[in-house]
Structures are given as structure tokens and as C-alpha cells.
Write a protein that binds this ligand. Structure first.
Ligand SMILES: Cc1cc2nc3c(=O)[nH]c(=O)nc-3n(C[C@H](O)[C@H](O)[C@H](O)COP(=O)(O)OP(=O)(O)OC[C@H]3O[C@@H](n4cnc5c(N)ncnc54)[C@H](O)[C@@H]3O)c2cc1C
Length: 460
């Protein structure tokens, strides 16, 4: 079969096969089917070839081949992007999932992790030494996509976002060069790749700063349906005033009784006695229908929501940042939750707080520095026949909430048009476009929330 470019799939596989170490997969290989699958079962794309990279050389050769043959190129880390940009149609996909080396240096509180590592794998390696850094909250997510977009997790109040804890990256840029990118080398790229997503090159490995984290006072608290509105009001009050050691998230679902069910998950990473006091109002209100807050290993918290996000379901997500949680917004959330078409769907408020909120908006490419919520409409369902109803409900809730929104987290964005992409990079967009022009003037890396090179070059 020929692709839309000047080389057939067979020829591409043959030529690339001669120069790479990693496995090359074409449509006939059984591993091809597995590799092209991503978390969101709505995504159905077929690359011309998949290169399962084994090292930086493979990455560089893959980038060079894609350029030579004029093929679109995509990179797959953990495959968790709901937008599905990890997989390209009729191009070359670089599957990083075999690159899983992790080196922890407990003396210097550092970890070097290759780009195919998942959050669970990273946490497993660092927790052996009683160390951790901020990542996300579902263990199957890839460190690569998450960190490049920002990375909001349970330690953000105390230690900042994932991208705030990156000290260095090893990157293959569009010209095929392997570069070390840090505060002293390619500083402009280092700035852009902490929030600018996969626009600037293929990351081979990240070096993260680690922090002593062993046990945390953490877990879910659920509230009676008839007190849902007051529970959200109290949640907002506690979340907006708590010390940096507390990071929280709330979720609202349709309960078995058809009423909105509110639960809050807390992570306190400071002294336990102080945490017990800070959490007291949340634990006494209601009283809760469930209170599973306990001193647990941090790694256990990191796996807690996994079961709610099995692979193979269909997903349609919409999100924006929400600075405040006023009564009108609470009313809208509860009204829509009660009418959610799928029992798996949740409305989430994931908090950005403390240290993450205080970084200057221009200090990294992640511009949205304020104490606020990442407001997420996480629609998931199993039967494709239910897609129209779930998508409609998601859009209607998003529209109803939109007066309260400002900006959006790039990692939650779907295919939503150029205005929303600009909203994602916010006040940093023009500077990002200038960096893109230097390192990727032909827009080789464009299967993402794309930053156009400043002169408008590339695209296609
Ligand atoms: C269930 C679930 C839970 C989530 N929870 C959180 C959370 O708690 N906090 C949070 O911040 N986000 C969260 N997210 C969003 C998550 O950050 C994004 O989906 C992110 O893109 C996932 O990274 P990945 O490597 O798994 O993605 P992939 O789908 O593999 O990649 C997404 C994009 O990242 C870029 N990319 C991937 N690998 C590389 C590389 N090696 N070099 C350069 N670019 C690369 C590419 O542009 C690619 O298209 C969650 C998503 C899901 C589905």
C-alpha cells in the first residue's frame, strides 16, 4: 500500500529497517495493532510505519527519515492524550514505550527517566528511596506528554508542577541534533518545553528534582447527595485557604440514585497533626458517607483512581481553568451531573495551588499561574452508539459553565480550533512562536496543540 507521499509503506519499512536498532512495525504486524492503540478508543489512526525506539539514535534516524520522505511524525509516550495526537495517520509514529530506563540519585535528589516511562513506573523507582516529584494522578499516564504540557498532581501545592521540577532534558530537535536543554544550555528551548507541549522536539529523557515524600495523609471523602451544594461550597473554602501542604481535587458524578454525588480527594504532605486540623472541617461536614482519609504511602495514593480509567473506553473531554466556585457554577455542575448520560463520567476540579500558583507566568511556558481549578468534564462510555448523547451533554455543560472560565490546560485540549490553542499558551504564545521559529521553522512537530512558527512557515 502506498501512502500519500512518494514512498510506499514497504519501501519505508525496508529503508528505515537498515538503520535503526529498534523494532519497525508495519500494518501486517500484530504488535502494530497494539502500538497504535491509545487510551481513548475514539482514536482510530493508522501510521504508515511505527518505530519502537530503543535509544536516542533511533529517534534521530526516525526524525531524519520522516523529513526525507515528507511524512507526518508523531510521538507516543504513555498514549494518554485524549486528543490522540500520539498517533498519526499515514506517517511515522515514534513509539517511545520501550525506553524505560530510570536512574535515581538519592544523594543529589535527582532522577533521570527515559520518555517511555509511566507515572507508576517513575513513582515505583523513586519511592524506594523515600523520594518523589509532582506528576499526575493516574499511574498509567506517560511522564513525557504530562511533563511537557505542565503536569498537575498531588504535590503541586508544595513542590510546583511537574515541569517546575525538570532540571534538564535530552532532546532530538527537528534538524536531527541531540541537545541537552537546561538552564545553561538552549535556555530558550528549556523555557518553551516546560509547558509548550510536544512542539519543539522529541524528548529522549528528563532529569527531575526529587523531594523527600514517604507517607501522606490522603484519600477520598464523600458527601450525602442532599448536601452536595454545601459540600462544594465548603470544599472551595478549604481549598482556597489551606497551606501549601494540601492539594485537593473534587469530583461530581451521577450517583446510583440519579442524584449528584460529590467527593473530595485530599493529599496532605506536611506534619500529620497539622493536616488533621486542616482537614477537620471537610471530615466533619455531612457527616460524610465515606471518609477513607488515612496516613498512606504516597505511591498508594498515586494508584488510587486507576480503576476509574480503564483503557478501551470512548472519551470526550472538555476543560478550562476556573478561578472561583460561586453558587451559580455549583448549581450548573450539580444540575448537569444528575443528567450525565454515562455512569462513568465525572466532572472534576483538580486544584493548582501553593508553589505551582506562585511561579511567575512568564518563568516557564506554562502561563496559568494562579490558585485555581483545572475544571474537567471527563465523559467516558463504552458503546459507540452512545457517542452523540455523551458529546452533546459535554458540550452543553461546557457552554453553560463558560462564563466562569479563563484559559485552558494544553494537555486537556481536544481538536478545538486555533483560538483555544492560543488560550492554552496564553500570554506566552508569541514568545513560544519565536522559539518554534528557531528550532522547528518547518513545523515538523505539528501533531500537537500547534504553535505556528512566527513567520507562518510550515503547517501543511
Ligand atoms: C486518565 C488520565 C488522567 C490524567 N491525569 C492527569 C493529571 O493528573 N495531571 C495532568 O497534568 N494531566 C493529566 N492527564 C492529561 C495528561 O497530562 C495528557 O494526556 C498527557 O498528554 C499524557 O502524556 P502521555 O505521554 O501519556 O501522552 P501521549 O498521548 O503519549 O502523548 C501526548 C503528546 O505528548 C507529546 N509527547 C509525547 N511523548 C513525547 C516525547 N518523547 N517528546 C516530545 N513530545 C512528546 C506529543 O505531542 C504527543 O502527541 C490525564 C490524562 C488521562 C487520560
Amino acid at each position: 500500500m502506498a501512502n500519500s507521499h512518494s514512498i510506499s509503506h514497504e519501501e519505508l519499512l525496508e529503508r528505515l529497517g537498515k538503520v535503526v536498532q529498534g523494532r519497525l512495525l508495519g500494518a501486517g504486524d500484530s504488535a502494530y495493532e497494539e502500538s497504535r492503540r491509545v487510551f481513548n478508543a475514539m482514536i482510530e489512526r493508522r501510521p504508515a510505519a511505527i518505530l519502537v525506539c530503543s535509544d536516542a539514535e533511533d529517534v534521530a534516524r526516525g526524525v531524519a527519515a520522516a523529513r526525507e520522505y515528507g511524512l507526518p511524525i508523531s510521538m507516543k509516550g504513555g498514549g494518554h492524550s485524549v486528543a490522540g495526537n500520539a498517533v498519526c495517520e499515514d506517517g511515522l509514529m515514534l513509539d517511545m514505550s520501550s525506553m524505560k530506563r530510570i536512574l535515581v540519585d538519592p544523594e543529589r535528589n535527582l532522577a533521570v527517566a527515559e520518555a517511555g516511562v509511566t507515572l507508576g513506573e517513575f513513582d515505583a523507582a523513586t519511592s524506594t528511596y523515600g523520594l518523589a516529584t509532582t506528576l499526575g494522578v493516574v499511574s498509567m499516564t506517560g511522564i513525557a506528554g504530562l511533563t511537557l504540557g505542565g503536569g498537575i498532581g498531588w504535590l503541586n501545592g508544595k513542590h510546583g508542577l511537574a515541569c517546575d521540577n525538570v532540571l534538564s532534558m535530552s532532546v532530538v530537535t527537528a534538524d536531527g541534533q541531540r541537545r541537552t536543554v537546561d538552564a545553561g544550555q538552549h535556555e530558550d528551548l528549556f523555557w518553551a518545553m516546560r509547558g509548550g507541549g510536544g512542539n519543539f522536539g522529541v524528548v529522549v529523557s528528563f532529569t527531575y528534582r526529587l523531594h523527600p515524600v514517604t507517607t501522606v495523609l490522603a484519600g477520598p471523602i464523600s458527601y450525602p447527595p442532599e448536601q452536595a451544594a454545601d459540600a462544594l461550597r465548603l470544599y472551595h473554602q478549604v481549598a482556597s485557604t489551606a497551606p501549601d501542604s494540601l492539594t485537593t481535587a473534587a469530583s461530581v458524578t451521577r450517583g446510583a440514585d440519579g442524584k449528584p454525588a460529590v467527593s473530595v480527594v485530599v493529599c496532605w504532605s506536611g506534619p500529620a497533626e497539622e493536616g488533621a486540623e486542616v482537614l477537620r472541617p471537610l471530615r466533619e461536614f455531612g457527616p460524610p458517607t465515606e471518609d477513607a482519609v488515612a496516613l498512606i504511602p504516597y505511591r498508594e495514593l498515586q494508584r488510587m483512581p486507576d480503576a476509574g480509567f480503564p483503557s478501551g473506553r470512548l472519551h470526550y473531554w472538555k476543560a478550562s481553568f476556573l478561578a472561583d466556585l460561586q453558587d451559580e457554577a455549583i448549581g450548573t455542575i450539580l444540575r448537569f451531573a444528575a443528567a450525565a448520560p454515562s455512569p462513568y463520567t465525572g466532572i472534576g476540579l483538580q486544584q493548582i495551588t501553593g508553589a505551582a500558583s506562585r511561579v511567575a507566568p512568564a518563568a516557564t511556558a506554562f502561563a496559568h499561574r494562579a490558585r485555581q481549578y483545572d475544571f474537567l468534564i471527563l465523559s467516558q462510555w463504552e458503546d459507540a452508539a452512545d457517542s452523540p448523547a455523551n458529546i452533546r451533554w459535554t458540550r452543553e455543560l461546557f457552554d453553560a459553565m463558560s462564563p466562569h472560565f479563563r484559559g485552558v490546560y494544553v494537555n486537556n485540549l481536544g481538536d478545538e480550533g486555533s483560538d483555544r490553542v492560543r488560550d492554552a499558551y496564553g500570554s506566552n504564545y508569541d514568545r513560544l512562536a519565536a522559539v518554534k521559529t528557531v528550532y522547528d521553522p518547518d513545523n515538523v512537530f505539528r501533531l500537537n496543540q500547534n504553535i505556528q512558527p512566527a513567520d507562518g512557515a510550515g503547517g501543511a
